[in-house]
Design a protein around this ligand. Structure first.
Ligand code: ADP
Length: 420
């Protein structure tokens, strides 16, 4: 039977031949003969059906017939309600077809879930159906149903979603563990630093008392002990410095770095620092030149600012390769600009990206000692002061650290207050 639109028995035009008259098609058997609807329906891997206005099947694809468990022939010309008698969703399907025939409005993506019970228990199948009106000369003559079996695709999607959810949960667990490890480390640092400080303070005090006692009336250590006393004092100062660094890190982690700004002359501070460092520069074989013009007044926390200068100068000594170091200070409007320039080992591009992070170092521990905390603390202090620190460097070509500090403390914002 050549399927026709209208009704199964109708003598309307063949849907495969736009001119009408399926029999007017070129001679059968040749490769040039137009594909007949029946041939298409036998091969299309999609549930497809054409329903006429009397709600009878005009055509149905083999795939759709298989879904209904009834042969294609048993559909043709038969009322939907009869063919779909055993289908749980039959009433809904008929209702939708009727609506499309009456309104001419297509229905897309209707999801149908079938629960089929078989020998292996209950199986769920998911279908997606679309209903479209078929028009001839503007009049709706039929409805076309397309049904896609989504079961396999949904199963793959569900598996993928479950896999993604598992991966997400593993990642979240790893993140929680890392955060907990970092918190435990910070807590350990804080406790260790506090515990180390007490015996160190006592040790320093007792060393001074001891040296005074053996020094007799002039309270100076005897000449034969003086060099050793100086070494002891220097090493103790280093230890105190390291412990203070650890304390700063734990303060920063807890958001407890406080600043007490007061009026001071930064030019004078830079000169004093250069003086204090002269011996260290000498020992390293470097010369230090200053380009600092007289007073540069501003309001800063002097101890914290000293800490920043100490860090930059000791790095210039440590990494300056015994070459000359220059420190310059100038004001640019309301900003003090300090530059510390060395001609030492320089920093790789990768190193520069990490430099200001906690425990980050761009050199090996075997060659240069250090905790990798100086620049981290420096940046936190400078930013809490409303300033910035940047670096220009290239490996083997020296480094210039540039500090820009507003001469007046910033108006505390919520974020900045939290950083203190
Ligand atoms: P530390 O010196 O204890 O390692 P810092 O935080 O002060 O820690 O410095 C971090 C890293 O930055 C150093 O390990 C070093 O690799 C690099 N660095 C700092 N200053 C300089 C400099 N002037 N020249 C070359 N590298 C530097």
């Amino acid at each position: 039977m050549t399927p026709r639109l209208g009704s199964a028995q109708d003598t309307g035009p063949d849907v495969t031949t736009p001119e009408g008259g399926g029999s007017a098609a070129p001679p059968s058997g040749g490769g040039s003969r137009p594909v007949e609807l029946a041939e298409l329906m036998a091969t299309v891997p999609l549930g497809m059906a054409i329903i006429d206005r009397e709600l009878r099947f005009v055509e149905v694809s083999d795939a759709m017939a298989a879904m209904h468990g009834v042969s294609r022939e048993a559909h043709l010309g038969q009322p939907m309600v009869e063919v779909l008698r055993a289908e749980p969703s039959a009433a809904d399907v008929v209702r939708r077809v009727r609506r499309v025939l009456e309104t001419g409005v297509a229905l897309e993506g209707v999801e149908i879930i079938h629960r089929e019970s078989g020998a292996h228990g209950e199986r769920t199948r998911v279908y997606r159906a679309s209903y479209h009106p078929v028009r001839r000369d503007g009049a709706i003559v039929a409805a076309c149903i397309y049904v896609e079996d989504m079961t396999e695709r949904r199963r793959v999607e569900a598996q993928r979603d479950a896999g993604a959810a598992r991966e997400r949960s593993v990642r979240e667990q790893a993140l929680r563990e890392t955060q907990e490890a970092v918190r435990a480390r910070d807590e350990f640092l804080s406790v260790a630093a506090h515990e180390l400080r007490t015996p160190l303070t006592s040790l320093r005090l007792h060393l001074q008392l001891l040296l005074r006692q053996v020094g007799g009336s002039n309270q100076e250590p005897p000449a034969e002990l003086a060099p050793r006393a100086r070494v002891l004092d220097r090493q103790l100062s280093r230890l105190v410095g390291l412990v203070n660094t650890l304390l700063d890190v734990s303060r920063l982690a807890a958001g407890r770095l406080s600043l007490e700004p007061r009026e001071l002359d930064l030019a004078q501070m830079v000169r004093q620092m250069a003086e204090a460092f002269s011996e260290e520069f000498n020992r390293a074989g470097s010369t230090l030149s200053l380009h600092v013009d007289g007073p540069l007044l501003g309001e800063w926390d002097s101890l914290r600012l000293e800490q920043v200068l100490v860090n930059l100068l000791s790095n210039a000594v440590k990494y300056g390769g015994g070459q000359p170091v220059e420190v310059s200070l100038a004001s640019e409007g309301p900003t003090a600009v300090l530059a510390v320039k060395d001609q030492g080992i320089g920093i790789s591009e990768d190193g520069m990206a990490r430099l200001f992070g906690k425990f980050e170092r761009a050199v090996s521990e075997r060659h240069y000692g250090g905790l990798g905390l100086g620049l981290y603390i420096t940046r936190q202090i400078v930013e809490a002061m409303g300033g910035s620190i940047t670096v220009r460097s290239a490996q083997g070509k020296g480094s210039t650290f540039i500090l820009r500090l507003p001469t007046r403390p910033p108006v505390p914002t919520k974020a900045a207050a939290g950083a203190r």
